[in-house]
Ligand binder design. Sequence first.
Ligand SMILES: Nc1ncnc2c1ncn2[C@@H]1O[C@H](COP(=O)(O)OP(=O)(O)OP(=O)(O)O)[C@@H](O)[C@H]1O
Length: 247
Amino acid sequence: MSQTPDTRCHLPPTSPANPTGALVFDRVVISLDGAPLVSLNAQVAPGEVVSVMGPSGVGKSTLLAYAAGFLAPAFDAQGEVRLGDRRVTDLPASARRLGLLFQDALLFPHLSVAGNLAFGMPSSASRRERREAIEEALADIGLAGFGERDPATLSGGQRARVALMRTLLSRPQAMLLDEPFSKLDAALRQEMRDLVFQRIRDHRLPALLVTHDRADAEAAAGPIVELAAATEAPAGAAWQGARRASR
Ligand SMILES: Nc1ncnc2c1ncn2[C@@H]1O[C@H](COP(=O)(O)OP(=O)(O)OP(=O)(O)O)[C@@H](O)[C@H]1O
């Protein structure tokens, strides 16, 4: 990650030109009911995972909601989010090409596993392309032959893997992860971390990970941005407290 100057956020020096495909939070400042809440000024390179940590209520999920286009009316935002040379904050949520993963693997209960995987795939794909991509994705996560299963019959770990693949099959250009491992037990958590971070690297996607668990952030092997609780100024990326995890 590199960051552009923002005196309010005490950030490090300006980076060179943005690489194509970087996810950029450009002087984003979000207020809640008129009071500054959180700010972020950051550039996430393709294949890099930047972890955002901080106390409950500091505004971590709000930053993701702003990027994804789901900010509730109580919030007001300044600054923009860019993906490569696209200003995603000018686009409707459906056109932003952002892959979202949450703590609950939200699969559609009325669709089969294959139906869930097909859900976000480009409409230009032929039936055969869809079927092949789904079979490949299921094999990739050790669930070959599970396509016709009802998602309710899957274990938590299996659901999490299907949710990841559904997101990747939608061909996102960046990933936003909000506590995606927090409901998994320790062994599954490790397995999902490895899978998610590996796929993010394979697909060269910039990713922002919100987590309370330092082990998640360390496994992500990217920069860690610590948000401090808001006082008078919005909680910002306190670079002094941030550090680059060992790779
Ligand atoms: N829809 C909403 N309308 C009004 N206020 C909201 C809304 N959603 C969240 N908030 C408030 O915005 C603030 C930031 O919430 P946010 O969920 O971003 O925090 P967080 O850092 O992700 O917290 P946690 O770690 O507990 O998930 C909180 O004070 C929260 O109560």
